[in-house]
Design a binder for this molecule. Sequence first.
Ligand code: NAP
Length: 473
Amino acid sequence: MSRTQDWIGGKWTGADTGATFPVSNPATGEELARVPDCGAEETRRAIDAAHAAFPAWAALPALERANLLMGLYGVMMTRVEELATLLVRENGKPIREARSEIQYAADFVRWSAEEARRVYGETIPSNAPNKRHLVLRQPVGVVGAITPWNFPAAMVTRKIAPALAAGCTVVIKPAEQTPLSALALGGILDELKLPAGVVNIVTGKPAEIGRELLANPKVRKITFTGSTEVGKLLMRGAADGVKKISLELGGHAPFIVFADADIDKAVEGLIANKFRNAGQTCICTNRVYVQKEVCDAFAKKLAEKAAALVVGNGLDEKTQIGPMIEPAGLEKVRDHVEDARRLGAKVLCGGKARDGRWFEPTVLADVPEGAKILREETFGPVAPIVAFDTEQDAVRLANDTNYGLAAYFYTSNASRLFRVMEALDYGIIGANDPAPAVAQAPFGGMKESGIGREGGKWGLEEYLEVKHVSVLI
Ligand code: NAP
């Protein structure tokens, strides 16, 4: 199943220069494959192919596009183990998490297949007896998609499935660390006889590929998941061609525990949320705020559970914490922990790198204001705890960031539940729920965490243009 060539215009191909770059297993350093190191020229050809394929794909009855997507869903479900294993080998996450990522990735495909047939138009009451106003919803056109390494399968399907359902064609560039899952999905689409050029996968030089996607007038929409820094660059670039854009960017999620909460459930929730993918997810907690009365008890229970998490190779069924994706990520985590420790934080468990590839699950207490970890995205398995006094303090601290992707809070007080969910400036809220993301709900951020939404009917909307037709009869 493993594909190591790019998919352009229905053909599996290398870079024009023949250049390749390595994809390695983050748990062992073993080279898994070499994939094409493409640039602007190959991207231009992929865009041409997507542009040529667009009219026929857009004109296909929605039912047929839906059938193709249901086919993809079906094959993904029969190959969960194969796809999950490939995902672990290139990304490092624990195999159990990889299986749920494949399920989550397939859920976007199924939802989009079901929704493809519900792209309805409207008629609007007219002011004049001899006029009719219609609203058509039509595919935007060629989509340029760029995805990150932390969800190598789900970030791909979260973009291509609604795009295909809407009738768009796609050029996708997966992250350099994890292109194999994207290529494997392309392989399945090829087996299912997706027409040539409807989906094109280009691996290689990010800035060159990105520039071509932005500059080429045939691309009408850019969709990106990744860092806020690159997102801003793409937004500036998209302005020149006034392209539609959606951005799913970084986060700095607060996790608030009120004294009235079920503390054991909150500890369990934080363990599940914070340490998933070794803390390398955009919606995982970056700051933990606990009400003073219960803070010590909460921190003690959390540290006990975190210290017991099994660190290892993701392919081992017992592993709960896989390796960091690369040394730079590990260094950033180490820097955040050292900085907090220097400023007076207490290390309740962990605090160190292991074998140069893993970072131990870490709980920090008494983290002072001013610590980097309370401001910058850590992307690692570290839970920094800060005590707070009142509900207003908690909300103020939680909202005091440029990010606005996900936030979590635990309470058993129903009035507080509504007050706090409304007061938090975040696109996704988990209220007593550490895992809010599902394919049918909107996923996306406020402030510098992004623009637009993926998932559910909102995700499909991003790939549609609204056209008003006024008919004089
Ligand atoms: P990144 O450096 O921004 O990379 C993401 C993608 O952008 C990769 O495919 C990368 O290519 C590409 N890229 C890099 N520079 C580019 C450029 N100049 N022009 C065009 N494309 C370019 O982010 P990352 O470190 O891989 O991913 C982690 C970030 O993603 C975190 O901030 C995380 O919070 C965010 N994220 C957000 C969501 C969400 O839904 N909001 C979900 C997952 C992750 P190369 O890999 O080839 O460099």
